[in-house]
Design a protein around this ligand. Sequence first.
Ligand code: BTN
Length: 246
Amino acid sequence: MTGAERYGAAGALGTPRLHLRSTDSTNVRARELATSGAPHGTLVTAGEQSAGRGRQGRTWSASPGRALLCSLLLRNPPALLPLIAGVAVAEAATAVARSEEAGFSDAKLKWPNDVLISGRKVAGILVEGRPQESWAVVGIGINVALREQDFPPELRSVAGTLGREPDAIEPTLERLLAALERWLAADWSTVLAEVRSRDALLGQPVRWAQGDGIAAGIDDDGQLLVDTGGRRVALNAGEVHLLARV
Ligand code: BTN
């Protein structure tokens, strides 16, 4: 089944939309809507979250009104949705980022889907769902207009921003939805080629609970390949979490 067959006509993502000035987590709101029958493409956005959820049970925080905070409900989601969302967010972030800065580079993906610009994380993605009910919520936070002082001191060396003003948040959402429409309809080999071309980990040391090694690319199933001193292993995004760099 192609993306177009699965989802119907283009333009469906983002409708209906619920915008909340403040909420605990747009992912929580979107999951509630999912279980009460909301249609494919339903979008929840917020100006502020009091309990933003990150991957691996972490929290996600952003200064009010300075980040794009959104959660999109997809019915019959593709298995590799986390990687598809990653390439869409990377594309939108690259287009919106203030690029006149020295050292600016296209957004890269730190497997499975952290989005980095110039080595700093500018966006995070949290996919949650109920496979048995055939739905998933893609939660996306993009640091569109955060300033240096908006990050806690311990994050300043690793967190990044698109360097724009708050009025760029809505145009960023439009770009993101358009990118998601396109990448959801793309064939898997095209998605994989894009993931590989944005691979921030290639050749870098990586570590996870059971081992460490040097990242050696992405295989045809979207798994991270790692060379571990003579043996090549494939890590599955659903099962393995990378730890901080070695
Ligand atoms: C990560 O840990 O990198 C994922 C962060 C995802 C944050 C976004 S912000 C909008 C949506 N609502 C949430 O509670 N989390 C996601």
